[in-house]
Design a protein around this ligand. Sequence first.
Ligand code: FES
Ligand code: FE2
Length: 427
Amino acid sequence: MLSNEDNIRITRVSRGTPMGDVMRRYWQPAALSSELPEPDGAPVRVRLLGEDLIAFRDTNGKVGLVEAYCPHRRAPMFYGRNEDCGLRCVYHGWKFDAEGNCVDLPTEPASSKMKDHIKIGAYPTFEKADIVWAYLGPQENMPPPPDYEWMRAPATHRWVTKTYEECNWLQALEGGLDTAHSSYLHREKLWPGAELRMRDGAPRLEVEKSDFGYSYISHRNSGADGTYVRVYQYVMPYQQMRGGVTKLKERWEVPTLDGHLWVPIDDAQTWSYNFAWGIDHNHPLPRDHMEKIDTTAGRGPDDLIPGTFKPKRNLANDYLIDRQRQKTVSFTGITGLNTQDFALQESMGTQDDGPICDRTQEHLGSSDKAIIAMRNLLLEATREVAAGKQPKGVDPKSHSHIRPFDTLVPPNADWRKEMEYDLRPKW
Ligand code: FES
Ligand SMILES: [Fe+2]
């Protein structure tokens, strides 16, 4: 459990809060590149770490990320004209470039110098791996761009989507670092590999801290097959990369690894960025295969409300739980692996706390070791940043060399030796 003070400290992300200051030391996914498909196209609303912003792709293809309100009289920039290398407010025509400079101020006389002093708040961006990344922190602390293996994989070997989740980001991240729940919540007769986790519902966990966060290793007895070892990587502040049981070598349809980034929209809403990457250079990821995986997760093309990233099965309709299927087919009666996660995570808050879990009331056990370690790292980061230091995982050198994996290790074999080669990035 956490004290109420620490629970607030670790979950709130607005500017000026301890965790908000930590978050602002990392590059953040602000949008999918595909949300801004063309130069001078429609601007897009972005809410990130509790800040309302507008993203637009200018005439040269550069993405600007500016405050949502015009510095003149606070009109919404969303309705602005994206034209000729800038976004023009349609109230009185003031225009700003991607860096936030005022490049036209037509309501003042031509001789006026006012334009030189007016700016709209703007954040640096760059694009890589199908994502527009933004940096919302102090200029003097801006790190080089992140460099995960999945970001380096070529487009043919990469798959990135996002899903809306209606709860605080930490609840979502905790689900991602909780291997034990997959033996229960996701138990069903429908998908391959699940039985490997059913065989042992009380995994032994190891947590190895490192410069980026930690590696988290679960061991499950698998009888004569040996031990099923699954290595996760937790990368600060909110990323999980995991070895997935369906990717066991002998079961591979398409050799992929995957993971999520749980990006805080604000204290009560989260973007789950879902990524997968092909690790066999000769084996690109077929689109139909990846859409099938997304559909299994409950985030396929037909699972979302059209024009949004919000699942059709959601809190408002109890995720269309089917009590008959709960008796016969699956543990939950809810369709979609991620939908099952969302169903639990989105309803953890008490009424007073809204969608934030009251961690003063919980009772943690040995299977929660990784969650405890993660919280400690984040709380430590709030103190480090308050003391003027950079938190872990910001430096790309800390995380560029890692990869998750899982496999069956023969009885009595050393998993480190068995997995040494597979845990090294090849992109
Ligand atoms: S409010 Fe935007 S130009 Fe006046
Ligand atoms: Fe899950």
